[in-house]
Design a protein. Structure first.
Length: 234
């Protein structure tokens, strides 16, 4: 009788575990997360959740940064924790430590869209000194715009750049690569030292990976205000 009870208990556990595992998926298997870019530094997803819909329970194994595209009202249901409702503004940018699973629910009548950027070197960067950037955070007033250094995390520096038409980000050097997230439509002129000028055009929600090793100035060549998020690596 005892052996029968043990067998039944083990059988029940075997039936239960796959169901629990199946309820959580990897981020790459979550239908609302669309892989847009992957390299040694980052894995970038374009995320979209329909009005009043929700993602599957999915796991974030890496620290990540997300950039909201458009104002949104969402509920964050982290496994094992009470739900939290959030109202986010267009271009709002957050750093989130990984190692958890959650469901994101869209509470609004508009699609919830963001760019989720996994920092693939987060474990390595925690064990090494931070990059020797001059500023870790601060707002800088430019000629026709602002540059706000939001944070330095996991060896990456996040900045928000806003330029009025004709606004200029003065000459600066990119030692390492950086990721650009267009919050608005962008028409930028990049004057690279020793190479001349070129135009960069991106639609709101587009991303671009830019290799380092150059010095340039950046000008808003468009007719509308330009807003973008950059994530720099050293």
């Amino acid at each position: 009788m005892r052996s029968c009870l043990v067998f039944c208990a083990v059988s029940l556990l075997a039936l239960t575990l796959p169901a629990q595992t199946a309820s959580e998926v990897e981020i790459t298997a979550e239908p609302g997360h669309h892989l847009a870019l992957e390299n040694q530094y980052v894995r970038v997803f374009k995320v979209e959740v329909a009005p009043h819909a929700a993602t599957l329970m999915h796991r974030h194994r890496h620290d990540y940064v997300f950039v909201t595209l458009g104002p949104s009202h969402v509920e964050n249901d982290v496994a094992g924790k009470p739900p939290v409702a959030l109202r986010l503004q267009d271009g709002e940018t957050w750093f989130v430590p990984g190692g958890f699973a959650h469901i994101a629910k869209n509470l609004s009548d508009q699609p919830f869209r963001n760019i989720t950027i996994e920092l693939l070197q987060n474990e390595k960067s925690r064990q090494s000194p931070p990059p020797k950037w001059d500023e870790e955070r601060g707002l800088h007033i430019l000629n026709g715009g602002t540059q706000d250094i939001l944070f330095v995390k996991d060896g990456a520096r996040a900045s928000e750049l806003q330029l009025q038409p004709g606004g200029i980000l003065p000459k600066h050097h990119h030692a390492g690569p950086h990721l650009v997230v267009a919050v608005t439509d962008l028409n930028l002129r990049s004057d690279v030292e020793g190479k001349g000028a070129s135009n960069v055009q991106l639609k709101a929600g587009d991303i671009a990976w830019v290799k380092g090793g150059f010095t340039h100035t950046l000008t808003n060549a468009g007719q509308q205000n330009a807003k973008l998020i950059t994530l720099e690596f050293q």
